[in-house]
Write a protein that binds this ligand. Sequence first.
Ligand code: SAM
Length: 188
Amino acid sequence: MLLNILTYAHTLLRESLKEGDIAIDATCGNGHDTLFLSQTVGSAGKVYGFDIQEQAIQKTQEKLQENDCHNVSLIQDSHEKIPEYIKEDIFGGAIFNLGYLPKSDKSIITKPHSTLAAIEAILEKLKTKGLIILVIYYGHSGGLEEKEAVLSYTSQLNQKEYQVLQYKFINQQNQAPFLIAIEKKKRS
Ligand code: SAM
């Protein structure tokens, strides 16, 4: 059975992340992925969650409290500042959900420059066989530019160092989201 985009994102991360890893949710939104990462890396691990909106940080905080998760630091700031906040040397994996917060202000969106800066910062410290998952929503104003920037950057990553997968349903209407997974082959 083919998995939908969000289920496939979690399936890949569940395979690659280990208990005790450092994981990053680069776009917390309502906290769905933050909770998943928290439960996956367990109490020996640590999750850093970023979002620029107070509302997203609050929602995520509530979700974590409801589920008794205590291994997450939530940071209300842009993910491009990851190097300022995360000092550990090796990251286990990360997820981005690009676009805007559902049922919220559609003008507050992820942007190419900061998205690419965050991806670069994570790649530098990603473990061997670690994954960055990007779920790309692009139907909104500004979405197409970001999609093109991410595809251009990720498709030019050196194949000796990274494998890059695109997972996309090609007969869906209305600019359905798709997934890019970047796997580091070997940490230098
Ligand atoms: N993963 C989320 C969930 O499970 O609900 C959905 C994320 S939503 C598609 C995108 C989020 O990215 C929004 O909450 C938005 O505020 C946030 N965002 C936009 N620009 C950002 C940035 N530069 N750094 C961190 N978060 C950002």
